[in-house]
Design a protein around this ligand. Structure first.
Ligand code: URA
Length: 418
């Protein structure tokens, strides 16, 4: 077997055999970048069927360490979002599930481009470190039932290598390649029960509902094929999900939800994600209203190194600038992509992996879609640190549209895939 024949087979529209796929992934770094890139392009153009995608995912998952959660039996749960704006649902779903007795041992990533990263948000809290040892990871799980930490370089090295090539060869937006990339990490992370939040819309990778459904289907099929209990929700990401976009500011928002003081779309989506993991609506509401979910989150923060009182004094930006409605009417649009770009440009996100993030930077939204506003009413506040960034407030105000007619409120949840 050789790599050139495998490239040719895919280029001519053939399905690859399991042996060919494993030969490729097992030998990945012994082949030239141009050969791996050529095969990625052939896959991006020719696609892969369900069997090929499952084999590719399995081979990638086995390319490095695999977290062994078998000691917790079937109680392990995990959640993955394909990347959103103002999307801190992990900080609600995981504590709620932990409060109901499930084991939440979650590995997360950092933000890149316009989407936020769970680890960046957690590390916005004073003292918190997510690069913990495996020993410490399991100590926290055993003690509290919930931990969210960074994945080590040894987890899915094949994905890291392929993702870097895809990023520079225009082969990111391919369903089998995204599905295998996401699911290889989920399989290696070990949880038995997984819910996927596949975003669609302006602020998402998958711009159309049909693309999002196809990705959800491919990932659920992989999970099932690998013996995991996986389901997905397709949810819209045209406007930010929460009332905040950034790092510390999103943690604050999640705390408000966990404390029962904020509801809205994020509450609805988190509740449905928990339902997909087997927790009914009443149990979800009780985990919030009793304070049990809040306590789980708070204990995890301290276990990860949070300094005393860190949640009461989250980093605050030096400056704030508020944008106001220029006419009266109803909020008909809050463009997630525009808000995300403003936060990114103010230093709240990273353009390349090596960038740092300013934890205190972000946008606080004062309205949601459909709200009636009068001229001069505050729409959002930019929290920024660097002099000159106040100019970004003009861009922020462009994210909003106010129309004369009211909107029908629409659920974020498009469909479930199981
Ligand atoms: N997230 C991933 O982990 N991989 C992709 O390919 C796209 C999004």
């Amino acid at each position: 077997m050789n790599i050139t024949d495998i490239i040719a087979a895919k280029r001519h529209g053939n399905a690859l055999t399991d042996a060919q796929i494993r030969f490729w992934i097992d030998g990945l770094e012994s082949f030239a970048d141009y050969q791996n890139s050529a095969l990625l392009m052939a896959i991006a153009m020719g696609g892969m069927d369900a069997r090929e995608t499952l084999t590719l995912t399995d081979a990638m998952a086995r390319s490095g360490d695999m977290l062994d959660l078998s000691r917790y039996g079937d109680a392990t749960v995990d959640k993955h979002s394909t990347g959103g704006v103002g999307d801190g649902t992990s900080f609600i779903v995981m504590p709620v599930m932990a409060a109901t007795g499930k084991v939440c041992a979650k590995l997360s990533g950092r933000g890149l481009g316009h989407t936020g990263g769970t680890l960046d948000k957690l590390e916005a809290v004073d003292g918190v470190h997510t690069d913990i040892s495996e020993k410490r990871f399991f100590e926290i799980v055993d003690d509290i039932g919930i931990v969210i930490a960074g994945q080590t370089a040894a987890l899915c090295p094949a994905d890291k290598y392929l993702y870097a090539l895809r990023d520079v060869t225009s082969t990111v937006d391919s369903v089998p390649l995204i599905a295998s990339s996401v699911m290889s990490k989920k399989l290696a992370a070990g949880a038995k029960n997984v819910v996927l939040d596949v975003k669609t819309g302006r602020g998402a990778f998958m711009k159309t509902v049909d693309e999002a459904k196809a990705l959800a289907r491919a990932m659920v099929d992989i999970g099932r094929g690998a013996g995991r209990n996986v389901s997905a929700l397709v949810t819209t990401m045209d406007a930010p999900l929460e009332s905040a976009v950034g790092n510390a500011i999103e943690v604050k928002c999640a705390l408000e939800v966990l404390a029962g003081r904020e509801r809205g779309d994020v509450y609805e989506v988190a509740k449905e994600l928990c339902a997909a993991l087997g927790t009914d609506g009443k149990t979800f509401d009780r985990a919030i209203s009793s304070g049990a979910a809040y306590e789980k989150f708070e204990r995890m923060i301290y276990a990860l190194g949070g300094k005393r009182g860190c949640l009461e004094r989250l980093p605050a930006a030096r400056y704030q600038k508020t944008v106001f409605a220029s006419k009266s009417g109803y909020v008909s649009d809050i463009n997630a992509m525009t808000v995300a770009q403003v936060v990114l440009d103010a230093g709240g996100g990273r353009r390349v992996k090596e960038d740092g993030v300013l934890p205190e930077v972000g946008v606080k939204l004062h309205v949601v879609l459909g709200d009636e506003v009068v001229v001069g009413q505050p729409l959002a506040t930019l929290h920024y640190t660097r002099g000159g960034d106040e100019a970004l407030a003009d861009r922020l105000s462009e994210a909003f549209d106010v129309s004369d007619v009211g909107l029908q409120r629409r659920s974020r949840i498009v469909c479930k895939v199981q």
